[in-house]
Ligand binder design. Structure first.
Ligand code: ZN
Length: 203
């Protein structure tokens, strides 16, 4: 199983990090060892002073596909989830500054929170999904998939021109504005539409 993540897919988030708007989707990956085991707390790693939360809508691939035409992408996934792309922002800024790969900042153990698979048929329109992250009861990120620069089907078609997608692969579709630091003892809750998809303690 591989995890394919999209960066810079929401205009307001690009602005808050003073990044350039990309001409094509920004893609990076996390290994399967990045998945935070279910019901486990998230431990802030020693190598970072600035771990950021990025709440993201997830898509699970259900069969092998390569060079998938956008019109047929919908046949390649059935389930939608919600997750967090934990990012060591201090380390990522250093790596970005030197033009180096982001993996140490993005793909470390526990950096991928994956939760709550729901059949896509339960939603009227996948391009109009509300999702949000609460920390200690307060909403810190509040997004809607209509604000994506590239929509789910466009992303998957694009990804599949570079990487063969396999059953069980997971796509992180990018984070909306409002990213920020987590600290120990924070209590995080993720919501997709009205459903609470996960809760998580930071240690
Ligand atoms: Zn992200």
């Amino acid at each position: 199983m591989k995890i394919i993540c999209i960066g810079r897919n929401y205009a307001e988030h690009i602005e808050e990090l003073s990044n350039e708007r990309p001409l094509d989707p920004v893609i990076f990956m996390k290994p399967d060892s990045a998945v935070l085991p279910k019901e486990q707390d998230f431990y802030i790693p020693d190598f970072s002073e600035e771990i950021h939360h990025e709440i993201e809508v997830l898509v699970k691939i259900n069969k092998v596909g390569k060079h998938i035409d956008e019109r047929f992408v919908h046949k390649y996934y059935d389930e939608i989830g919600l997750g967090i792309d934990f990012t060591a922002r201090d380390l990522q800024s250093k790596l970005k500054g030197k033009g180096l790969p982001w993996e140490k900042a993005k793909a470390f153990d526990g950096s991928a929170v994956i939760a709550g698979w729901i059949s896509k048929n339960e939603f009227k329109n996948l391009n109009d999904l509300n999702f949000r992250l609460q920390i200690n009861g307060e909403t810190v990120q509040d997004g809607n998939t209509s604000l994506m620069l590239w929509k789910i089907d466009e992303l998957i078609a694009y990804i599949s021109t570079f990487f063969t997608l396999k059953k069980g692969d997971i796509i992180f579709t990018g984070t909306p504005a409002g990213v920020g630091k987590v600290k120990s003892n924070d209590y995080l809750e993720g919501f997709l539409e009205k459903k609470r998809m996960f809760s998580l303690n930071v240690k």
